[in-house]
Design a protein around this ligand. Structure first.
Ligand SMILES: [Zn+2]
Length: 501
């Protein structure tokens, strides 16, 4: 084939992306039903969590910790299935379109919160729950104003408008907000200098910004913001002494407050940084955030056990990465080497990059990998990392990530010779979201079926509605309509260098 022809082929494929993917003939319409009502609802979103992440965490817990994941026990004994994650116009979703599918029950284009491409606002499920008297809580390890939690309560055309979203949270008036994002509340950091902390305090919230304050507070309405941007990765909280609450500690602060409201509550918990760690192809950060989610899950199931009128829905919004443990050694007998070597990884790439700064030399890179990742790089590998950092492929502030070559830091330290394993054997296929189906699981009393099967992500909305007896329908937009609108005004594509989390 001539180069010209290859180019033509490429263009044809690019054009196809603008055509509707259409309804496949004979696609199953699976709509499993709960068969009962609940008073309280907890939705636990594992953001960017793939079955590969599950497999590594399951194996690590068994081999290195001698225990079984709470998630593994639930998968073995309670209703679970898979969700298709596509957004309205892409087989690959990002978190806001996925959040909209859960929260609003309809597919949307990528990039906006509870909104269609033409600006038609949708009613998020927690807003409907609030109308019938439920207390509302949002708990996350990302900025509290980030796409997934935000899509459950407010509508905004731009998921990145987090200063505005912080104001919308005040107007919405949930009982509990816990996560990161000081830069969107603090008058010294906000562009408009508004003091959102002061405004929340005036509206009756206890405002806490440290782990100690969180433990001391007895406020019934709570705003807790524990870091400038996202809350530190679990691996850094645990091994680098970063002082922030764990996801479990935030969950344990939220539950008794929400449970004190007489008409019940809805709570969204998000393990939000599994996604970020996968974007950065960071095996230790991914693993430990999955393990931290598992501890939070244990706390949530203990609550459900004591409060049988509570339904827990656990769901991933999409896979990211995806970093898989690959077979190593003769007959794959040494595949566990990667799990053993994970034990020596004591910091995230994010933390390591902050330590290294913008202009490290190869010696500093080698030392950082040795101390924080337990791997001795050779000169060429260290130089590759130096170049990636100097060319600002990564930004230490963690705002942008995944720009190619997204996997330089990870690739530098992975197994190069599978016959002689002495390096971590976890490899990623990209730094982006993928199209694969992901986990859906229910935990609660009186669930009469064992298999949810494969459902669309929008079915989470129907399960939530059935659980609380809240039924309404948001306006549906067709894929053809959305593509027409996108052609004239590409929503969310103003910053092509931004990679969605
Ligand atoms: Zn996501």
């Amino acid at each position: 084939m001539q180069r010209r022809d290859i180019l033509k082929g490429g263009l044809a494929i690019g054009t196809l992306a603008l055509l509707p993917k259409g309804r496949a003939q004979g696609a199953p319409q699976n709509a499993p039903s709960l068969g009962r009502r609940y008073r309280n609802l907890i939705v636990f979103v594992y953001d960017g969590f793939s079955w590969e992440d599950y497999a590594i965490a399951q194996a690590y817990a068994r081999r290195r910790q001698g225990r079984v994941l709470a998630l593994e026990k639930l998968l073995a004994h309670y209703p679970n299935g898979l969700i298709n994650t596509s957004s309205l116009t892409s087989y690959v979703t990002e978190s806001s379109a996925a959040g909209n599918a859960f929260s609003c029950g309809v597919k949307t284009v990528n990039g906006g919160l509870a909104v269609h491409a033409d600006g038609t606002p949708l009613k998020p499920f927690f807003a409907a729950a609030k109308e019938v008297g439920k207390a509302v809580g949002l708990v996350t390890t990302t900025t509290v104003t980030h796409a997934t939690p935000a899509s459950f309560v407010i509508s905004n055309r731009d998921r990145n408008a987090e200063e505005r979203i912080a104001e919308q949270y005040l107007e919405f008036g949930a009982e509990v907000y816990l996560g990161g994002g000081d830069r969107f509340f603090n008058p010294e950091k906000r562009k408009d200098r508004k003091d959102l902390y002061g405004a929340f305090a005036q509206a009756g919230y206890g405002v806490v910004r440290t782990l100690e304050d969180l433990a001391r507070s007895n406020a019934s309405k709570l705003l807790g913001v524990f870091s400038d941007s996202h809350v530190a990765y679990e691996v850094d909280r645990r091994f680098q002494g970063v002082k922030v609450p764990s996801l479990k500690e935030m969950v344990l602060a939220a539950l008794p407050r929400l449970a004190s409201y007489r008409q019940g509550f809805v709570l969204q918990v998000e393990a939000g940084r599994i996604d970020h760690a996968n974007h950065l192809n960071d095996p230790a950060a991914t693993l430990w955030d999955v393990l931290a989610a598992d501890e939070a899950l244990e706390a949530l199931t203990a609550f459900v056990d004591k409060n049988p009128d509570t339904l827990l829905i656990l769901v991933s919004d999409h896979a990211t990465g995806t970093g898989a443990l690959y077979g190593t050694g003769q007959s794959y007998l040494e595949s566990s080497v990667g799990l053993d070597l994970l034990e020596g990884q004591k910091a995230s790439f994010e933390h390591m990059l902050r330590t290294l700064g913008n202009n490290p030399d190869a010696g500093q890179v080698k030392e950082a990998f040795r101390a924080m990742k337990g791997v001795v790089l050779d000169d060429a590998e260290a130089q590759m990392v130096v170049e990636a950092i100097v060319k600002r492929v990564y930004r230490p502030d963690g705002v942008r990530y995944g720009i190619q070559p997204s996997n330089t830091l990870s690739w530098a330290m992975v197994q190069k010779d599978p016959r002689k394993p002495d390096r971590p054997n976890i490899g990623w296929n990209s730094g982006q979201h993928t199209a694969s189906p992901v986990t859906l699981l229910l935990y609660g009393h009186g669930l009469r079926f064992l298999n949810l099967g494969l459902v669309e992500n929008t079915h989470v909305f129907r399960l939530m509605g059935e659980a609380l007896g809240i039924r309404y329908q948001n306006p549906v937009m067709s894929e053809e309509e959305a593509l027409e609108i996108l052609k004239s005004r590409p929503v969310g594509m103003q910053h092509p260098e931004d990679i969605w989390a």
